[in-house]
Ligand binder design. Structure first.
Ligand SMILES: O=C(O)C(=O)[C@@H](O)CO
Ligand SMILES: [Mg+2]
Length: 263
């Protein structure tokens, strides 16, 4: 099965207004899109852009909280359980309207004023709720470890910790989002990490360190990784969550073998 790539519209096509990024992605041959947040727009407006351009809504995030105050997700924050529940409810409404099968549940930052075990218990409790709600909606909630150079203190530190939580919660509607950029910056050893966690990986994202640029601009040998994923029969989506080093279209040379651009 050919690898499927989704354009991350929070990272790509940033020279365009958000709602115009859908047609730009379709024009370049993407058949799926993902982004961090749909909530600034009515779901009906986004739905129209998806339909007009024949795009699948692959993934988006629950609200990360107040970014200006440094919040990077609510799921592990003690005392914020009702905010988390509200964000889950809202995300599920959008997921239904957009026919989106995956939601990324962001953990939040380690709160050093409390014991780590207590924060872990809050996180686990909220993830149990998210998994059950995802099950009821027929979708999958995902958790993604984020490297601590880009996001210092992010509570979900690495794939080992994610796998432990997923095993403890033991609901197939909670799985792993494997962002190769973060894996490289956290543990490296990408291929072995993939093989170890493949049974729980339901979404992949890509970017190339050190600058988080496009796949053919950095330290990771992505042609090798793509061939490997293809050989492994990876059938999920691969989200292009990179910062283009130039205009988005100019940075899509690596994708010519995978995307059928319309012009
Ligand atoms: O930064 C990433 O990597 C993500 O996948 C976002 O959803 C969270 O910032
Ligand atoms: Mg990511």
């Amino acid at each position: 099965m050919p690898l499927k790539f989704a354009a991350n519209l929070s990272f790509l096509y940033q020279d365009l207004p958000f709602l115009d990024r859908f047609s730009a992605a379709a024009q370049d041959g993407f058949t799926g899109v993902e982004y961090l947040s749909p909530y600034e727009f009515p779901s009906s407006e986004i739905r129209r852009r998806l339909d007009d351009n024949g795009l699948t809504q692959v993934l988006f995030n629950l609200s990360a909280g107040d970014a200006a105050k440094g919040e990077r997700g609510l799921a592990s924050l003690p005392g914020r359980e009702s905010d988390f529940a509200d964000s889950l409810e809202r995300a599920l409404e959008y997921a239904t309207d957009l026919d989106c099968k995956r939601l990324h549940v962001m953990a939040g930052i380690r709160d050093k004023s409390i014991d780590r075990d207590r924060q872990y218990a809050v996180y686990r409790g909220n993830l149990e709720i998210a998994a059950r709600a995802a099950q009821d909606a027929g979708i999958t909630a995902l958790i993604e470890p984020i490297n601590d150079k880009d996001m210092p203190g992010y509570f979900l530190e690495n794939c080992r910790m994610a796998a432990t939580l997923i095993a403890e919660i033991n609901n197939p509607h909670l799985q792993l989002q494997f962002d190769i950029y973060h894996v490289q910056r956290t543990d490296g050893d990408i291929i072995n990490q993939y093989l170890k966690f493949a049974p729980i990986i339901r979404h992949i994202q890509i970017a190339n360190p050190p600058h988080r640029f496009e796949p053919d601009n950095g330290e990771i040998n992505y042609p090798y990784i793509f061939e490997f994923l293809d050989g492994e029969g990876y059938a999920g989506w691969i989200g292009c969550e990179y910062k283009p080093s130039a205009g988005t279209r100019e940075t899509l040379g690596w994708a010519r073998a995978f995307l059928s651009a319309k012009s």
